[in-house]
Design a protein around this ligand. Structure first.
Ligand code: HEM
Length: 393
């Protein structure tokens, strides 16, 4: 029996959506909160519906493809053991140890911006910051910056086109990088650098050492998780502050507000559009019947601006309940890298605000929005004015 495909309610790559993704997802949340599209299957736009999926992993499974993805393509109990070891790498002691290197990267890149009259923030800060921090965190050499940057860009293209062959090529490319990094460490034996990649190589799970395929998959998900979202987040934050000079000055004067302010700015404009699930049984959500085996897309951007949960959802407010913010997800797949992401974003914003007197939009050069699957900005021209007295750290 052939199952009839539902009639599409929208197209995630239509001109209207790509022109302004935040506005389009807001509109979908109100007009058609559970919507079918050929590209994504069923998209959930409301906070309550997204939470329902997050809290019911038995019905909304993460095993969305036959390709093994550690840990995000897994359900319990397999997922739980991998989560246990992955979380070891984002503990406070690891973050504390990495902070000086992460700050040094932020300082160097922000300092270089201040030597220019006009800045294109994505190219000159957001992308290099994300790539350099990820390489630093993993202990990978500087010659990997460019290949990783291009690998992420090619990944966005393949996702947008749903090009399976290109995705398989990219998986092989990444495996080659990891293999080279592991070989260098094996060759160095006891002299191998004491870094995250060496630790993973020696990591035990299930009472044995991790295999190459497992390490590749873990590192691929960390790298894709970090580089895409961090660079997008840096652009969103810089843009928000450039168009809100009062908040910009307040955060310059009171940097201790930065962690909460960053989470709230990124609630208003999410850096990650969506994540996937697949139904294991028939369900009814928002009055729509969804069959078993259907693709589900959780739209973080729309859910995090849902007025049913956030009073005055489009307002920046520091008095919200942080537990409702879905920036890093919720439930068993909640982002394990959130401590690293928060560290990176705080440091880069501290340096950007601390070393400038003002950050302004560039007159006559509006920002260009990024298009699905990327959120935020593709091009972000800004004008930075230098502080006259430098605070030494
Ligand atoms: C601003 C930056 C980031 C944002 C907004 C973000 C957001 C998220 C969200 C919403 C999820 C949940 C996905 C789901 O439920 O399907 C997630 C999962 C994940 N994130 Fe992040 N993330 C960020 C940075 C990072 C970093 C820095 C890493 C690692 C270096 C990372 C690694 C992961 C991994 C491995 C998962 C899958 C967890 C699992 O399935 O158990 N992310 N992230």
């Amino acid at each position: 029996m052939t199952v009839k495909k539902p009639t599409p309610d929208w197209s995630p790559t239509s001109g209207d959506v790509l022109r302004d993704q935040v506005a389009a997802y807001d509109a979908m949340r109100e007009r058609c909160p559970v919507a079918y599209s050929d590209l994504l299957g069923w998209s959930l736009f409301r906070h309550g519906d997204v939470m329902r999926a997050l809290n019911d992993p038995e019905t909304f499974s993460n095993v969305i493809s036959s390709r093994r993805a550690v840990p995000n393509g897994m359900d319990p109990p397999e997922h739980s053991e991998y989560r246990r070891i992955i979380e070891l790498y984002f503990q406070p002691e690891r973050m504390e140890a990495f902070e000086p290197e992460c700050r040094a990267i932020a300082v160097e890149l922000v300092q270089a911006l201040l030597e220019r009259d006009a800045v294109e923030l994505m190219e000159q800060l957001a992308h290099p910051f994300a790539v350099r921090v990820q390489c630093g965190f993993l202990g990978w050499p500087a010659f990997m910056h460019q290949p990783l940057h291009h690998w992420i860009l090619k990944g966005h293209g393949a996702t947008a086109a749903q090009d399976r062959a290109a995705m398989a090529d990219l998986a092989r490319e990444f495996e080659g990088y990891v293999d080279a990094m592991l070989q260098a460490r094996r060759a160095a034996g006891d002299q191998a650098s004491d870094d995250v990649t060496t630790s993973l190589m020696r990591q035990e799970a299930w009472g044995r050492q991790l295999e190459l395929g497992e390490i590749v998959s873990i590192l691929r998900n960390w790298t894709a998780g970090e580089i895409g979202t961090i660079s997008t987040a840096v652009g969103i934050l810089a843009h928000y502050l450039a168009v809100c000079p009062e908040l910009q000055q307040r955060l310059r004067d009171e940097p201790l507000l930065l962690p909460a302010a960053i989470d709230e700015m990124l609630r208003l404009h999410g850096p990650l559009v969506e994540n996937r699930r697949v139904t294991t049984r028939e369900v009814e959500i928002g009055g729509r019947k969804i069959a078993a085996g259907e693709r589900i897309s959780l739209n973080w951007i729309a859910a995090n601006r849902d007025g049913r949960v956030f009073a005055d959802p489009a307002e920046f407010r520091l008095d919200r309940d942080p537990a409702t913010n879905l920036l890093y997800g919720a439930g068993i797949h909640v982002c394990p890298g959130a401590p690293l992401a928060r560290l990176e974003l705080r440091l880069v914003m501290e340096e950007l605000l601390g070393r400038t007197a003002s950050i302004d939009p560039m007159p006559g050069a509006p920002a260009t929005r990024a298009v699905y699957p990327v959120s935020g900005f593709a091009v972000l021209p800004l004008r930075l004015r230098l502080t006259t007295v430098f605070e030494t750290r």
